[in-house]
Design a protein around this ligand. Structure first.
Ligand code: ATP
Ligand code: MG
Length: 1017
């Protein structure tokens, strides 16, 4: 927790995609030597932060400690005497640019802002602060959102990744899959802080990883549609403001739904607090919603003529006073992008025309000129604009003008016609324009949802909330009240979540701790706003809206009477008509003028009823709630519905439903920060950032953290880190880390309230570890100084010995050189040198050398021989193996050969047998033929005999008569003879039949045999 793992960060930079990743971990890696030096310099003095109006906080060191007061010297060499409580302790340099500010041992505002500043100036825009991801707007495009980075976060291990919005999206996605729980990512911050940019990054990341698992580039149709909803919503819901060129003028909660295997199955967008007043009024430095400029500059002449738009931006009241251009943005190109996006989402051309029809109608509404007659009544002399409006909205012009100038209103039971003043008519035209635009925007969101939302009970979701953060302006009105109320609830949600997590951890560790739900801190303010009993601000406003004679003044008076001195969160301002509310971030003074109207949002019902009956289906659907006359019965409901549908009430209900959803999710918190008001990269305005940190709850988070035991160390780590401070306390031999840690804590004599011992960790109050660290640093400093002295002594001694040896060696060399020089001068030595080559004894060396060479040659040859004999042996064994294999193969071949001969012999015999059998069959056939011939002959002779007998009257004939007895006898004799012959014939014939059958049988058998032989062959 305390150490910063620089090795990991360095290894990241050397990994693929290192260049882009450098921007994520940049700067944190220059620790090493510099850090050690910085640490040493830091240790020399007692550094503190002192608050400064201009710079936020300035660094200084204590030069004199006078108990309550201290003397602090600053970098500009000035000194000041300050109360010790006005200083904040500074973290040692090793904590510079920490990725999670919860790791800081001195957890104070000054340290937080210092860390954010250091990181921002090193182009590190994301930093964790406990549960928050703080994102500082870079106002430049860093390559930290590439596919490569997406892959890096998708495949990496969470706790090792540098802070990034992708890390948040990835953990939301994984936790959803693993814990089967819905997730939410709450992105808040001031206007221009980067909420929408980060929201887009979350959706981009999720669309990339939840689609194809292998390819982060190819998106499915639904993913593409979800991504394409953004340009549509931005065209209709965003505008140029002083703070942001592309400011979202509404809040949104985008729910991306997934099936159980983590694929996107749909999405739904909920919108909040739409700023419709922009439709009719913008300052000269701001613009209306982008769509007005895109349509006029980008639409084709055909579309424009259909919409009766033949003027430029300067020709329409609702755009002409605004700023027209945004630097670096081409409205025509944006228009094309919008149309393309609508096509992708599935909004048909007719639907697109309907949407544009409303834009054009709003523009024409602004151009209706109202004159005032003598008796102060409103008049319309020039009707072309009204005609355009009515044409586009498909309503009758005369009714429209009548409804504007002389509407019918109910007075008691009667309908009476009223005459309106110019101001009244202008007001109702503007109200109509705003309402028309707002309703069309809401219908557009519904239409988008229709395209991308596929409700499914089994799906899980990740919800991304992009909503304006806490706002405090010079004049705070109803809009700021609603936004701040929302943020109060969101902060309460955060506090509660943090409390739950802390509570869980403390419980898990078995720590005694009186739990405080910090969410409850905010409850009184929330009650003051939303409670019905005692009646809160919103309910009181609703009540006043239905009171016949109520005004803004009566409303605020009623509020004062209800809450003055009854709630510590409510105050009455000195001068203005309004009230002061204590929010968690600050006290805000609200001015209540116009609140009743803003809450009621009244419309001219004569016109809205006309619109509800428009022949254009889209227009009539926008005002369908105004269909039908108001009967007395309805009226009751209507009044009730009126109360129900006030803006405040509607927002309260919407917020309630949002909070319900959020409480059912696992939340992730992102806080966006505007670094400076000039939208300038690389510049950080400390007081401005501090203000935001306060407003968006980061400092509140730190406060909660400090109330508990924010620094935690495992027993083992605690022992490893601080054993050095108390030598001899822990006995030698094995002792478990818990006992060891307890012994150390005893030795440090720490106050019991400063720490708690859990089951696996020790929990410390903020700052305790810092003190231990300081002592440790001093001890280490001392140890290292001793060690260095030791090393330096050893090195110097070694160098000294070396120097002495060198000296001795130099003396020896000198002596030898002198001796050689003396020898060279000796005449006998000269003579010897001349004679030496001629001496036999000098050749010995040459012979020795040759002998040595020969020996070497012999050795080489022997080695070679040995090598070759080894190779030969190997080859011989291989040869014998191959021989054996060869004989085996030959035997196999022989066997196969004899088998073939046998088979051939059998075949031959079989063929011969076949021929014999065929011959036999032939013989039998012949015999059969012969027998059949004989049979035929016999049959013929039988027939002949029968005929003869008939002729001779031996055979019985029904018609013949027997004339004589003698003839009868003869006949009997012959008859017997014939019967005998006949019998013998019949017997013979039967025998032949039997024979024939047998022959047939035989032939069949032969055939079967032949077939078998064939198959066998
Ligand atoms: N991470 C970022 N990288 C680069 N530019 C950024 C980043 N975040 C914000 N910006 C720049 O700041 C501008 C404002 O950001 P964005 O529109 O997200 O602010 P916002 O908080 O949504 O403001 P609003 O409340 O007015 O809608 C962007 O148009 C862009 O130029
Ligand atoms: Mg935005």
């Amino acid at each position: 927790m305390l150490t910063i793992n620089n090795t990991r960060k360095n290894s990241l930079i050397h990994s693929p995609g290192g260049e882009a990743l450098r921007l994520l971990v940049n700067g944190s890696c220059d620790a090493g030597v510099n850090n050690t030096v910085a640490q040493a310099t830091f240790n020399e003095k007692k550094w503190v932060w002192v608050e400064d109006k201009k710079a936020g906080y300035v660094a200084g060191y204590i030069t004199r400690d006078m108990g309550e007061e201290v003397e602090v010297r600053f970098n500009d060499h000035s000194t000041r005497i300050i109360n010790i409580n006005e200083t904040d302790k500074m973290n040692p340099p090793k904590f510079d640019k920490v990725e999670d500010m919860a790791d800081l041992t001195f957890l104070n505002e000054a340290s937080v802002i210092h860390n954010l500043r250091l990181r921002y100036l090193s182009n590190l825009i994301y930093t964790y602060s406990g549960l928050f991801l703080v994102a500082v707007n870079p106002y430049q495009n860093f390559p930290i959102y590439t596919d490569e980075i997406i892959r890096y976060y998708k495949n990496g291990r969470h706790h090792e990744m540098p802070p990034h919005i992708y890390a948040i999206a990835d953990s939301a996605y994984n936790e959803m899959l693993q814990e089967r729980q819905n997730q939410s990512i709450l992105i808040t911050g001031e206007s221009g802080a980067g909420k929408t940019e980060n929201t887009k990054r979350v959706i981009q990341y999720i669309a990339a990883i939840a689609g194809d698992s292998s390819n982060t580039k190819i998106l499915g149709k639904l993913e593409l549609q979800i991504l394409q909803t953004n340009p549509i919503l931005e065209a209709f819901g965003n505008a140029l403001t002083i703070r942001n060129n592309n400011s979202s003028r509404f809040g949104k909660f985008i729910r991306i739904e997934f099936n159980s295997s983590g694929q996107i199955v749909g999405a739904n967008i909920e919108r909040y607090l739409f700023e419709k007043s922009r439709v009719t009024y913008q300052t000269s430095e701001e613009r209306n919603f982008h769509i007005f400029y895109q349509l006029i500059r980008g639409a084709s002449p055909q579309i424009k003529s259909k919409l009766l738009l033949n003027g430029s931006l300067n020709d329409y009241r609702f755009t002409k006073n605004s700023l027209k251009d945004i630097e670096g943005v081409n409205d025509s190109i944006e228009y094309q992008a919008l149309v393309d996006a609508m096509n992708v989402v599935g909004i048909s051309e007719d639907e697109q025309i309907d949407l544009f029809r409303v834009i054009a109608a709003v523009l024409h509404l602004g151009n209706i000129e109202i004159a005032s007659s003598r008796n102060d009544q409103a008049q319309i002399y020039e009707t072309s604009a009204s005609e355009n409006v009515c044409n586009l909205l498909s309503i009758p012009v005369s009714d429209f003008i009548k409804g504007l100038l002389n509407p019918q209103v109910k007075a008691g039971r009667e309908w009476v016609t009223q005459a309106r003043t110019k101001e009244q008519v202008l007001y109702s035209i503007e109200a109509l324009a705003k309402s028309l635009y707002e309703r069309s925007f809401f219908a557009l969101v519904d239409r988008i949802n229709k395209a991308i939302y596929r409700p499914n009970n089994k799906s899980q979701f990740i919800g991304v909330l992009d909503i304006a953060g806490f706002e405090i302006f010079k004049v705070n009105s109803f809009e700021q009240f609603c936004i701040n109320y929302t943020n109060e609830k969101l902060q309460q949600f955060f506090n509660h979540h943090m409390f739950v997590l802390e509570q869980e951890e403390y419980k898990l560790e078995g720590i005694e701790w009186k739990f405080i739900d910090f969410g409850l801190d905010l409850q009184p303010t929330i009650d003051l706003i939303e409670k019905a009993n005692p009646i809160g601000i919103l309910s009181c406003l609703d009540e006043e809206c239905v009171m016949p004679k109520a005004t803004d003044k009566t409303f605020v008076e009623k509020l004062h009477s209800l809450w003055k001195d009854k709630s510590s969160k409510y105050q009455v301002p000195r001068f203005q008509e309004g009230f002061i509310l204590q929010h968690y971030a600050a006290k805000v003074e609200y001015k209540t003028s116009g609140w009743l109207d803003k809450n009621k949002d009244p419309l001219n019902e004569n016109i809205t009823k006309l619109l509800a009956r428009s022949s254009n289906q889209y227009i009539s659907s926008l005002f369908s709630d105004y269909l039908g006359d108001i009967t007395d019965n309805d009226k009751k409901n209507r009044v009730k519905r009126g109360v129900f549908r006030t803006v405040g009430r509607h927002h309260k209900d919407q917020l309630h439903s949002l909070m319900q959803q959020l409480y059912s999710t696992h939340p992730h918190f992102v806080r966006c920060i505007v670094p400076n008001e000039e939208k300038c990269p690389g510049k950080i305005d400390v007081p401005l950032v501090l203000d935001q940190l306060r407003c968006n709850g980061v400092l509140e988070g730190i406060r909660i953290c400090r109330a508990g035991f924010p620094n935690r160390l495992s027993f083992d780590e605690f022992r490893r880190r601080y054993e050095i401070l108390t030598s001899g306390i822990i006995p030698k031999g094995f002792i478990n880390s818990r006992d060891a840690a307890e012994k150390l804590l005893d030795a440090f004599k720490l106050d019991n309230s400063q720490y708690r011992i859990g089951t696996s960790k020790i929990f410390f109050r903020s700052g305790v570890l810092a003190e231990l660290e300081e002592i440790r640093d001093t001890k280490l400093f001392q140890l290292f100084a001793d060690f260095q002295a030791h090393c330096r002594g050893w090195l110097s001694r070694k160098a000294h010995i070396k120097r002495n040896e060198r000296l001795r060696a130099a003396l020896v060399i000198q002596r030898n050189i002198r001796a050689i020089n003396a020898l060279k001068a000796n005449p006998w030595w000269k003579l010897f040198l001349k004679v030496r080559p001629t001496l036999n004894c000098t050749k010995v060396e040459e012979l020795k050398r040759q002998l040595r060479l020969k020996d070497e040659r012999i050795r080489e040859l022997e080695e070679k021989l040995l090598q070759e004999s080894k190779t030969r042996k190997k080859l011989e064994t291989l040869n014998s193996k191959l021989e054996i294999e060869k004989t085996n193969l030959e035997n196999l071949l022989q066997n196969e050969h004899s088998l073939v001969i046998n088979k051939e012999e059998i075949l031959k015999q079989t063929l011969q047998r076949e021929i014999d059998l065929e011959d036999e069959v032939k013989g039998l056939n012949d015999e059969l033929n012969e027998l059949e011939g004989k049979f035929e002959q016999l049959s013929k002779s039988k027939k002949l005999l029968e005929n003869q007998m008939k002729e001779n009257g031996f055979l019985n004939n029904n018609n013949s008569q027997t004339p004589f007895l003698a003839q009868q006898d003869l006949k009997n004799n012959n008859h017997k003879e014939i019967i005998k012959v006949e019998h013998s014939n019949i017997g013979f014939v039967n025998q032949i039949h039997i024979l024939l059958n047998q022959i047939h049988l035989l032939i069949n058998q032969v055939h079967i045999l032949l077939n078998q032989i064939r198959i066998y062959i």
